[in-house]
Design a protein around this ligand. Sequence first.
Ligand code: PEP
Length: 255
Amino acid sequence: MNREKRIPVIAGNWKMNCDRVKAKELICQLKETITNPVCGVVLCVPFTDLETAVELTKNTCLKVGAQNCHWAASGAFTGEISAGMLAEMGVEYVVLGHSERRQYFGETDETVNQRLRAALDAGLKPILCVGEVLSQREQGVTEEVVRQQVKIALGGVTKEEMENIIIAYEPVWAIGTGKTATAQQAEEVCGQIRGAVAQLYGQETAQALVVQYGGSMKPENAKELLSMENVDGGLIGGAALKAADFTAITEAANQ
Ligand code: PEP
């Protein structure tokens, strides 16, 4: 398989933004502007917007994702949401291991692995986020860091299950900062991620894997980033909250 056979996926990570009224407004705009994309389009919305999003996107090309899930099926985990609860609502995707979860909520590669396992068992498609912090890039250990994150997160995942996983390369220094990785930097690390997956599962699985770039992607830089051989789409934060910008990014992915 080569790049032409991979379908890029553009996923919006709304983070903790948009109450129900705003969510409704944004989804209704996106339904008008994103009608027949070649790429996959996923809206990863806050838990409280999931029901609205699932309802409004029925019979459209827009898919819905959550931004986290717990590893247990149920139990005494106050404030948490299980993968099964999301699947039952009609949610298809879940973002896991986002750097903000790692940075502010003690997420580790091991807990990401547990959550990923639970997501797959519930039939969800994980969008697994990996990426180095600035000091690691400056020390020249980006490849080691990203490889380790990928390897630990994928512990216990079978070759067949890899078909349902997306990996997003998100350099932490580029998230919400306005600093974008250059297309060459994105290409290099996305290629290394594909290489790590090839070591674990073989070339065929690695070549079929969707590897996104995320970090201040916007209409102005999307085309160049998305033209790279190993960049199969994007995980979009800030620009996902503006219908025109998010639509433009999906259009860049269609080219
Ligand atoms: C993100 O939160 O995953 C992200 C990429 O954010 P931004 O596009 O705002 O940098």
